[in-house]
Write a protein that binds this ligand. Structure first.
Ligand SMILES: [Zn+2]
Length: 147
């Protein structure tokens, strides 16, 4: 069953009530070109069932999104568009850069010198100590702080 949010722009695209340049479609996902591409061929893979966040995304929808993103990466490599590499990017939450709250997986064709990249923050770059990493891994596994 496909649930739809009447105000959501991606749901409107899925219902064909808003324009999009469609690259791929199956029963669970729709893929279309990003209106503000990082590079030509930049594609968004979205679940047809409206999910604002990863917490709302069903595992089969998530798995299918990744499968279709893999297929689109191959399409980009075969397309003749400039594509020497591919990034997948998914933003879950405003702090992660999510702007449209219908979850989407970016498939971004890349080439040397395109100028795109992730910018590291001031806390990054330091090599972590093993005991610190082990404590965080324990915390993630158990859902609480280690000792
Ligand atoms: Zn939606």
């Amino acid at each position: 069953m496909v649930s739809q949010d009447p105000a959501c722009v991606f749901c409107k695209i899925i219902r064909r009530e808003a324009p999009a340049s469609i690259v791929d479609e199956d029963e669970l996902t729709l893929s279309f070109l990003d209106i503000q591409p990082i590079n030509p061929g930049h594609t968004l893979v979205v679940p047809k069932a409206h999910a604002a966040s990863l917490a709302e995304l069903g595992p089969s929808d998530g798995g299918r999104m990744f499968e279709r993103a893999m297929a689109i990466a191959e399409m980009l490599r075969q397309s003749g568009l400039r594509c020497e590499g591919v990034n997948f990017h998914l933003a879950d939450g405003k702090a992660a850069g999510q702007e449209v709250f219908h979850l989407h997986l970016h498939v971004i064709p890349r080439y040397v010198g395109d100028g795109f990249g992730f910018r590291r923050g001031p806390q990054s770059g330091r090599r972590a100590e093993r005991d610190e990493l082990d404590a965080i891994a324990t915390r993630l596994r158990t859902g609480r702080a280690g000792h």
